[in-house]
Ligand binder design. Sequence first.
Ligand SMILES: [Zn+2]
Ligand SMILES: [Zn+2]
Ligand SMILES: [Zn+2]
Length: 337
Amino acid sequence: MAELRRDPLLDRWIITGTAQGESLEALITIYKKVSSQECPFCVGKETETLPEIFALRQTGSRVNTPDWQVRVIPTRTQTLTLQGDLQKRGEGGIYDLENAIGSHEIVIVSPKHLTHFSQLSPEEIAEVLKVYRWRLQELAKNNLCRYALIFHNQGDGPVAVEHAHSQIVTLPFVPKTIREEINGAKRYYNFKMRCIFCDILEQEIETNKRVVLENEDCLAFTPFASRFPFEVWILPKKHGCCFVESEEETFFNLGVVLKNVLGRIEKVLANPPLNFILHTAPLRYQELDEGEIISDVYHWHLEILPHALPAGGFEWGGDFYLNPPLPEVTAKILRES
Ligand SMILES: [Zn+2]
Ligand SMILES: [Zn+2]
Ligand SMILES: [Zn+2]
């Protein structure tokens, strides 16, 4: 049984025990790259994965057959569960431990064996964004899920399948980074009565020092205090705390910017490993005591984090980061690439 363990020092939750027995073996062999012939995510291999949860399909085509455009499946090492309850158990004392309630899904972003998200067209990216949204709407119906984290890993590292895929992990708590962003946004709002992200948008557009790309619906820029070299955030221009509530018409323009920025990062850094992460309001935030505040202060966004430096060269996830190049310089390089 998977477990959620709280680090008593840093107040951060770790999911562990998801790989046992067969899935532990799967983890050990994860580093063996899967060639495109053997790729279980390619079209025509639908029976080699667990049955699909959802797929964007040609009307009339049957589930778990070809003719899909975006396909959502559970992960093989699925040991998180959406049933049961969140009882505390185990060691006690200073160690908190809970059953790992949650889910872990794979979003296969194309039936073709593409390895880079930037190989999708803006139209195709818009379809992927719609699938993200449908899943978030669906997962919000489960009261045990408090948050759904959507991220996309690309490139070197322990990637079992190189076929481009995003992941959705639902959690019975709000991750620390999101909690801290909401709290920080609240502090700013209490002081200025404005959304900090909207103010950032305005200032970035006005100063134009860190802008990488802009269109009618969104802005891509290197944050003033970037943690990583060539880190880029994409902010929707229209205020909204929740990705699910954003207008579908904006997805194409978001796709244009995401494709373009990823392509530039890949070009400048010669195809580095990278992640992008969707930061949005907690599921069913409207029902929370602070729901109204969240809707005023928080502003959903995408964070693109290239791993330009070798591991150890930066502090991944820590509170202190050493980021050698100035964000103004990386923005200029990306703009001109
Ligand atoms: Zn493939
Ligand atoms: Zn805003
Ligand atoms: Zn964020």
